[in-house]
Design a protein around this ligand. Structure first.
Ligand SMILES: Cc1ncc(COP(=O)(O)O)c(C=O)c1O
Length: 469
């Protein structure tokens, strides 16, 4: 609130595609997809149409003891999408194969509560399979999983959690998680070095751990750092050997952001026979990599049209909860707006757009332009370091020319953000950049064009020179 005195909130009147319009007529590129959720930009006509159509019929009915065709078919589509690593139009999903990895969907109403659901389910599942000593959780260091008490406990960012110690519980933080520059990094598929220490930490608690929690491949709030997908393969092997569950928080990284449907799919080597035969016919049996026991999805699920999250899980987990009422095995968790009809309708429309516009192809084609753009800035300046990114993301950190960190008290990133809002460098437009300390990053809508990317990079360049030159 103190900051707002000098830099008041920006009053929004309209938003369309990647651009937000302010009351004073200023136009800003939403370079961070409004906290990473506007995966198809603002005001997408297909999503607006789906929302309107559903609002004409019914907007929300309690989703316990009631159901709807759209709710059921959304579950089927989400499972198909996660199991096959493919976005398909609503009419083309295959009937659920019961041998598939994910077979069940649980609805919650935002990312943090989705994480809580997965953690509670993992802990209860361990107890109900007789593993009563498995009451602890481990999580990757530098992770972020949301703002509710358990989500904060498995997170590792003091900025958000430090005042709330009394409501948090101890969680083992697995380190180190060194960043990789991206898929071109020679060590992209090799986490052997960091694994040694992480494995030792896990081994020390192998009898008491219920689950390991992580943001797959991209630690977003933790300085926008990609790490080696090989770590996920190693975690999967270790978890299988020790009877521990894996919880993948795909909230920021999923739905195409990292270039695959789930970021967890990046752990597929691409070398096994089913991947090598990557044709349409092979899709249903395609290797999708070592998947987690729980995948939490939100943000891109409704493409930022409303709060909603889902937890995907497996048949063996589901069976642990199945039984008569008085056996008390059920998973008792309810959020008022879980499975609400408006969100369901928009999620169907978003999945259609992801499929019909080949969103993964767009990310593959345009994502590298983000990194190229930042590389260009880096080459022209001496104060940008650690270029990194995967899929439709790119990040770079402002430092002293000798590579040492800036004094955080100078709030350089914040000042660059303000300069980007004031900038008119891209045909009269500025940009909403919101850095993570001194890390500037681009996390634009997945469907933005090469011209949009050039415009965002131009604004960043202008803002950096306003503040630093
Ligand atoms: C990886 C991750 N997990 C959880 C959350 C929390 O989601 P929500 O803000 O919807 O509660 C976020 C939000 O940014 C996130 O990035």
């Amino acid at each position: 609130m103190h900051d707002y005195e000098a830099f008041p909130p920006l009053e929004v009147v309209r938003a369309s595609g990647p651009v937000i319009e302010l009351v004073d007529g200023r136009r800003l590129y939403d370079a961070i997809s409004s906290w990473w959720c506007k995966s198809l930009g603002h005001g997408h006509p297909a999503l607006r149409g789906a929302l309107r159509e559903q609002a004409e019929r019914f907007e929300h009915v309690i989703a316990a003891n009631t159901t709807s065709e759209a709710l059921v078919s959304l579950c089927e589509r989400l499972l198909d999408t996660a199991n096959t690593a493919t976005f398909r139009h609503s009419t083309s999903a295959d009937p659920l194969d019961t041998a598939s990895h994910f077979t069940k969907v649980f609805f919650a109403d935002n990312g943090s509560t989705g994480v809580e659901v997965a953690l509670k389910m993992a802990l209860q599942a361990q107890a109900q399979r007789g593993q009563t000593r498995r009451t602890k959780l481990a999580a990757l260091a530098n992770g972020y999983h949301g703002e509710t008490a358990a989500a904060m406990s498995v997170s590792d960012l003091d900025l958000y959690a430090s005042p709330h110690g009394p409501v948090m519980f101890p969680v083992t933080k697995l380190a180190p998680v060194p960043f990789r520059t991206g898929p071109d990094d020679p060590r992209w598929m090799d986490a052997s070095e960091e694994w040694e220490k992480i494995e030792a930490q896990l081994n020390a608690e192998s009898d008491t751990l219920a689950a390991v929690v992580y943001e797959p491949v991209l630690q977003a709030a933790g300085d926008m750092r990609p790490y080696s997908p090989d770590l996920l393969r190693r975690l999967r092997r270790w978890a299988d050997d020790h009877g521990v569950y894996l919880v993948a928080d795909e909230i920021a990284a999923g739905f195409g952001r990292c270039g695959t449907v789930l970021a967890s799919h990046l752990a597929c080597s691409g070398e096994c026979t089913s991947c090598a035969a990557d044709t349409e016919d092979a899709l249903p049996n395609r290797c999708v990599g070592p998947l987690p026991d729980f995948a939490v999805l939100s943000k891109g699920l409704t493409a930022g049209w409303g709060p909603m999250s889902v937890v995907l899980t497996t048949e063996p987990v589901y069976e642990l909860f199945y039984g008569p009422y008085f056996d008390g095995q059920a998973f008792m968790h309810s959020n008022t707006y879980a499975g609400h009809a408006l969100g369901v309708a928009v999620a169907h429309a978003a999945l259609d757009v992801y499929a019909d516009t080949d969103i993964l192809g767009q990310v593959a084609q345009h994502g590298p332009r983000l990194r190229d753009g930042l590389r260009g800035l880096q080459q022209n300046r001496g104060d940008l370091f650690d270029l990194r990114g995967v899929g439709m993301t790119a990040a770079i950190t402002i430092k002293h020319p000798d590579g040492t960190p800036l004094d955080p008290k100078r709030r350089t990133g914040y000042r660059v953000y303000q300069a980007a809002v004031a900038s008119r460098a891209a045909d009269g437009c500025g940009a909403l950049l919101r850095p993570l300390d001194d890390t500037m990053y681009l996390f634009p809508p997945l469907n933005c064009t090469p011209d949009d990317i050039t415009a965002m990079v131009t604004v960043l360049e202008d803002a950096l020179s306003t503040v630093l030159d």
